[in-house]
Design a protein around this ligand. Structure first.
Ligand SMILES: [Zn+2]
Length: 640
């Protein structure tokens, strides 16, 4: 570097002195702290191929195993996302580690955007559209340098940006947390502008996989502006990770709400939304191709697909539309089905490690039934897909029955869909499956006795069957089976395990603080138990929309069913006896997993009290077991 004139001999000497004192730091980092520009350092490093690759940095510090790196590289082949981001998405590294690794690799300091006073005017330095499209935030602009924050650096991108500034100015890069940067952009730009780059969303005939008929509409029913506004709404919904878009008619026009992390929040729409309301509704119906424009009274449904993202990193998102006629006119609900989520792994869903390990052992058995239970909206289907993903194997025949098919597998799974109009239902399809020589069968839901009985037959003949059941918790499946007129003991003797699931909101990692929850709530959850860890919540910040929560995670219970345990139940119709027996046999309950999620600072006590079923009796069962001297096992269950 001295040879190249990037630094002086004196600077090198000082840096080397400093490195002796701070052994954990790389020379590059120290040079930056001494005020040498990171681009100068990087240019020199690149010239001599001295920059360490991201994978190597993580391997060296022991954060990931070489096996995990291989898995991530395989996956990267499909997603084409940067390696660090892939590892982050797979749950192999934390966000902190993601930032630190990139900081080391690119020799870029990490910044918190909250420390800077960023304004829209400041963004004009590079052009607002430019910063928005490329996800850059200008932090400072001086005579000689422009300081910018980015969150997904890559070599080419940085070179391109460098060349964007002409004249004497230099660009200095800083690394910001991806979600913090995203949120900062959203705050800077109103919905109209933020989405206005228009490059990211493709909702036109050419983008759709299905061939389309010639235009069936005329310009006047779906105005240009209506198309534009709808694009904005769809983009914002995708960006905020919404599960549903609600478009509701009002006396004059309508409103739009997004469901994010299970809760509805209003979306600020452009001023002319009301004027365009009916055109927007027409536009959506036209996109589905199946919904009739002139039918406004009878409820209808349909779906359409959009491509989202920049070229060669596009992903497909399906929208399932349903309409109802309300007193002020037609209202629509659009459910978002992000096809990437079909590739979600069990790890990414947030299972506690012991539940994860035990559950994976269950689904990797060659035969038996594994069920996921919970009410509507508890993420059962996602977990089912994630389980299937863990089993994908070209040497295995995998069949699925779904209602409807939500996520499409390109290969490896033969997916079928029930069709009520043509009398193709769960039992019919399942019976025909048994003649198809499958290894693994996935059934969307067991909701009638014939399906339940056929499922038993499938397991008897040596198949692995994954399905869901609509019940409160694992042991109460017995009542549900009885409702379905199936003998619970027979059914359970073919079941290897049942997992119960709930979703809770996750504490925003940007604004965690210790706090003291309401005494009543503590007492309700813990009774006489002593709590030896601090309670944490999010105090609310820009990143989490001042809600204190961001994203959701799972709380689970897992019942591994053994014949010995079933034989111990004198009376299978006594739900509490079954539950106590299961508990003393190692049932991992929601209650216990909840405590673990508190210790791990994943969620708040308030969320658990809202979500965990039968808290009082579960707590008492847990406490009485502790008093019977089985301390060691229980402390193991809730540790970590
Ligand atoms: Zn926050």
């Amino acid at each position: 570097m001295v040879e190249r004139g990037a630094i002086s001999k004196e600077q090198l000497k000082v840096a080397l002195e400093l490195q002796k004192k701070q052994k954990e730091k790389y020379l590059g980092q120290i040079l930056i702290e001494l005020g040498i520009s990171s681009s100068k350092i990087n240019d020199t490093l690149d010239l001599y191929h001295k920059r360490r690759p991201v994978g190597q940095i993580l391997l060296d510090c022991g954060t990931i195993t070489s096996r995990q790196l291989e898995e991530a590289l395989d996956r990267q082949n499909i997603t084409h996302e940067p390696l660090a981001k892939t590892l982050l998405n797979m749950g192999y590294i934390t966000k902190k580690c993601y930032l630190e690794t990139l900081a080391t690799h690119f020799n870029m300091p990490i910044v918190s955007l909250e420390d800077y006073d960023v304004s829209l005017t400041l963004q004009k330095v590079l052009g607002q559209r430019f910063t928005l499209t490329n996800k850059i935030i200008v932090l400072e602009d001086s005579l000689t340098t422009i300081k910018v924050a980015i969150s997904e650096p890559c070599r080419m991108f940085i070179d391109e940006l460098q060349s964007y500034v002409s004249g004497q100015k230099k660009m200095e890069f800083y690394l910001a947390d991806p979600s913090e940067l995203e949120d900062c952009l959203k705050e800077l730009y109103p919905v109209d502008d933020y989405n206005g780059n228009g490059k990211k969303l493709v909702v036109n005939a050419a983008s759709l996989d299905i061939p389309r008929r010639a235009s069936v509409y005329t310009e006047d029913i779906q105005t240009k502006r209506a198309i534009q506004i709808l694009d904005l709404i769809l983009e914002r919904a995708i960006e905020s990770n919404a599960s549903d878009i609600h478009i509701e008619a009002r006396q004059f026009g309508g409103v739009v709400k997004l469901r994010v992390d299970g809760e509805l929040r209003p979306l600020r729409v452009p001023d002319d939304f009301n004027k365009e309301y009916t055109s927007i509704i027409s536009r959506i119906k036209v996109l589905t191709e199946s919904m009739k424009l002139d039918e406004k009274v009878v409820p209808q449904d349909g779906s359409f697909r959009v491509q989202y993202g920049f070229a060669n990193r596009r992903k497909a998102i399906d929208f399932r539309v349903s309409s109802v006629n309300s007193n002020y006119g037609e209202s629509l609900t659009l459910r978002l089905l992000d096809q990437d989520k079909a590739r979600v792994s069990l790890l990414e869903l947030g299972f506690s490690s012991d539940i994860y390990d035990a559950f994976v052992t269950l689904i990797k058995k060659p035969e038996g039934m594994v069920l996921v239970t919970g009410p509507t909206g508890s993420g059962k289907t996602t977990t089912l897909y994630a389980s299937l993903n863990a089993l994908l194997d070209p040497r295995k025949k995998i069949l699925s029955i779904e209602d409807p098919i939500e996520y499409v597998y390109k290969d490896l799974v033969v997916q079928t869909e029930i069709n009520k109009a043509r009398h193709i239902d769960y039992p019919t399809l399942l019976k025909s499956f048994l003649r198809q020589d499958p290894d693994i069968i996935m059934v969307g839901e067991i909701r009638d006795s014939e399906t339940a009985r056929t499922a038993i037959r499938a397991v008897q003949t040596g198949h692995l069957l994954l399905s869901t059941l609509h019940t409160i918790d694992t042991t109460r499946s017995i009542g549900r089976l009885r409702e379905l007129d199936v003998d619970p003991l027979t059914f359970l003797s073919y079941t290897s395990g049942i997992m119960g699931q709930r979703l809770v909101r996750k504490i925003c990692p940007h604004c965690m603080v210790e706090y003291e929850p309401d005494k009543e709530i503590i007492k309700r959850y813990f009774g006489t138990l002593k709590v030896e860890f601090p309670f944490i919540r999010g105090k609310g910040c820009r990143v989490c929309n001042y809600e204190g929560y961001k994203g959701r995670t799972v709380v689970n219970e897992l019942w591994i069913i053994t014949d010995e345990e079933l034989a111990k139940n004198r009376d299978i119709s006594d739900a509490s006896e079954v539950r106590h027996n299961a508990f003393s046999n190692g049932l991992k309950t929601f209650y216990m997993d909840g405590i673990r999620k508190l210790k791990q600072r994943q969620t708040t006590l308030e969320q658990l009290v809202k979500t965990v079923p039968n808290i009082e009796s579960e707590r008492d069962m847990y406490i009485s077991q502790m008093c019977h001297g089985d301390h060691r096992r229980l402390s193991l269950i809730t540790s970590g």
